[in-house]
Design a protein. Sequence first.
Length: 417
Amino acid sequence: MKKPGKIKSALINWLGQQLTLANPEFWNEFFGTSSSGKVVTVEKALQLSAVWACVRLISETVSTLPLKLYQKMPDGSRVPAKNHPLYKLLCIEPNKDQTPSEFLLFIVASLVLRGNAFVEKIMIGQKIIALIPIAPQYLTKIEKLKNGKYEYTIVKDGKERKIPEDRMFHTRAFGLDGRLGLDPIKYGAEVFGAAMAADEAAAKIFENGLQNSGFLTHEKGYLKPEQREEIRKSLTQFMGSKNSGKTMVLEAGLMYHGVSMNPEAAQMLETRGYGVEEICRWFRVPPFMVGHTDKQSSWASSVEGMNLQFLTTCLNPLLRNIEDSIFKRLINPYDRDEYYAEFSVEGLLRADSKGRAEFYSSGLDHGWINRNEVRSRENLPPMDGGEVFTVQSALIPLDKIGTNYERKTTQSADSAN
């Protein structure tokens, strides 16, 4: 059967949806064909389990990290800026439809899949009252105006809107022109297309019974056309993986000669595993974190070590990018000396109970953390006197052990307590 061409494929994929020349997704279908013959779009790439797992891992991990707006204090400390209007938008309710975690899911997924995240700032005067996400595929143009500022053109449902730069919260991923982040799906189309083709080929192998077809021979060497057709019909009940293991009865001099899986087909199945590694490389995700454990890994052996390396190589650049974008595009210039946003990554690096106990013990002995701070991190209520910082005072010189110096030191510590 002849495969449909580019235009027909694009029309089929968009059948039942509004088709306009201004629809960017339609043109993505038309021009997004890879060398493997597969049309690569975000929606189709997400059908690959490795892409789905990588995007979910990154976006859902970031969405679980607390994002807070902080105020710098004169003594160098910081406190949550709960009285600042932006605190509610970032930490409680960015808009009437989304929670903070859902809002972060959108931003991170947009950055990971399309290289850009667009959020419209709804404002009353100079005050931001809501943050409304805009799917990146609706952006058709970014134009630099005569005043030096940018203007964003959005086309959705056939309607065009222009949003000025000061009303757009635009976060860019890795890019080259300073205006837009690069589209990972577009630039990685060959890798994603090859993975799609490998998945389709593997599915065909399973459909045909997990191995290449065999062939039949007849002792007379010739069959009439109607006899061949009858044999083909009878053999359909033995085809497919669900029919594997059934006993085939041959008669009238027919003999079956099985053909095992050829090396090319076996290699193709191995290619699927290599495709997972290639996809993980595009997203900077270690393969074992998406369930691909075929090969030895040089990553850390402990969960804490794995999380630390994942945070360092994959998440940290993304988190810093979002924090800087909030600082530049959401916080007013006159507030930037006093306010800033920051993710808390302590939960991601949380050790086991033994490791936490050793960490807290060291902090308490050396006086850089108090007991109420420890209890707060463990979700326990504060205790009376727990805000006092203490240090271990029993350290004495080696040559004074067993002398009166040791007893005096102990008595001094007891009297101080």
